[in-house]
Design a protein around this ligand. Sequence first.
Ligand SMILES: [Zn+2]
Length: 496
Amino acid sequence: MQSASHPAENLGGTSRLFGTQDLIFRSFFIHYYVYSLSDKSYMTENLMDKIISLCKRRGFVFPGSEIYGGLANSWDYGPLGHILKQNIKAQWWKFFVQERGDMVPLDTAIIMNPKVWEASGHLQNFSDLLTECKKCHHRFRADHVLEAAGKNPNDLKAVVGLVCPDCGGELTAAKSFNLMFKTFLGTNEDTSTTAYLRPETAGGMFVNFKNVQSVTRRRLPFGIAQVGKNFRNEITPGNFIFRTREFEIGEFEYFINPKDWESIFEMWLGEIKRWWKDIMRINMDNLVWHEIPDGERAHYSKRTVDIEYKYPFGVKELHGIAYRTDFDLSRHQTVSGQDLSYTDPETGEKYLPHVIEPTFGIDRMVLVMLLEAYHEEEAPTAEAGETETRVVMKFPKHLAPIQVAVLPLSKKEALAGVAKPLADKLRKKFWVEYDETQSIGKRYRRQDEIGTPYCVTVDFDSIEDHKVTVRDRDTMQQERVALDDLDSYLTQKFAA
Ligand SMILES: [Zn+2]
C-alpha cells in the first residue's frame, strides 16, 4: 500500500499520501553520522547537542512542559525562537506572496468538516504500517525495521521473525495506524461527532478555491498561500524540531491550466532556489535537489522534487514541490457535489484547474537557520595576544532575533541616562536588548551567542561627544558613530 508508506517524511505537500525514503530510524540516529555540514572542523556528531543546549540556554527553544517532566518530542519556542520564526515567516509572506501579483493569502480553520479528509484520502490512507515489540511494546515503522535489517522495506510480511531494535524482543505483524489526531465536537463522544485536527493546510485552500477565485476575480494562473499549525500522530518523531507531532507548514496551491505545467514548475523551482540563496542566504551546497523518480511519486503526480538538507543526522527532507494535476479539486468536486471548474474569460475554455504545490516546513526552516548560523571561532580576549573560542550565531542580519544590543560600559547612572533613552528610541524600529551587567567582553560574547548583529556601547566619552561605539558581530570591528546618525547608520546596515 504505497499511499501509507511514509507520510511522516512529508510536510503535507509534495508527495502527501506517498513517501520518500527515510533511511534512518530512531534507535540509530544518534550514531549515524555521515555527512558534515561544511568544512567547519567543529561540526562533529555533537552539533545537534550543541544547538539544543544553546537553544535552551538562550531561549530559542525549550523542551515542552518541562516542569512536568516534559512531553516526548514537544518543544516550545522561547522569546528568541519566536522572533526568529516570525522573521522567517514574514520573509516567506513577503517573497512568495506580497511581492508577486499572482498570489493571495488565506487563513483557514484547523478543524474542518470530516468530508474534507474523506475527499483528500487522509481518512482511508494517511497511515503508517507499524510493528510492535511484544516485550517492551515500543512501536516501529515496519519499513524502517526491514530496511535496517537489510530487507526489502516493501516486503511487510518479513517483519515477523525480526527482533526489536530496542530490546531484542519478538515483533508483531505490521498493522495500519492512522496518523490524524481525532477529537469530538460538542459533548457527545461518538462517531457522529468525530472530527480531526488537520494534518496539512492544503485542504483549506482547496475547499475555498471557488470563494477566493470569485471574490478576487483572479485569472489563472494564480495561487493561494497559507501558513499554519498541523498535527500528525507520528510514531517516530525526533531530531529536535525536525519531526514533531504538531508543526507549522507554509504552503501554496498554484492553480494552472494543465497545458502550462512544465514551465510553471520550472519557474517555481527557480523561485525556491532564489529563496534559499538570496533570502535565507544559506550555503547552497547543503541542499540536495531530489527528483522523485517514476514509480515513487503519488499516482496522480507527474513531477515531484524533494528539497533535502544535509543535517548532522543525515540527508533528509526539508521541503518539496509537486505537480498534483487536478487530483485534489476533482476529489473535492466529487465528494462535495459542487462544480469547482474554471472558465477562461477570454477563450471560454472550461476546465478543472491543475495545481503545483510548493510546501515548506516552518520548523525545519528554523532548524536549518540555526544549523547554518552556528559558528565557533577564535577571538582575541582582553589580554594582549590571547584568544578564546567564541560561539557566534551568524544569522543573516535581516533574520536575527535581536538586532541591536545597547550596552552601557558600566552601571553608573550617568551612562544609563544616555543609554536607556537611546534603547527606547531604537526599540521603535528594531528588536533591542539592554544589558548593563558583567564585563563588556562577556556581554559581547552573550550577544554573539544569540546572533545580535550590532552592539552599541555607551561610554563616558559619549556624554561629552554624543558618540557611541558600534561593534559588528561578524568582523568584531568597532566604529564610532554620532548619536544623531545612529538610526540611519543602522537602517543602512540592515538594508544591505
Ligand atoms: Zn522491545
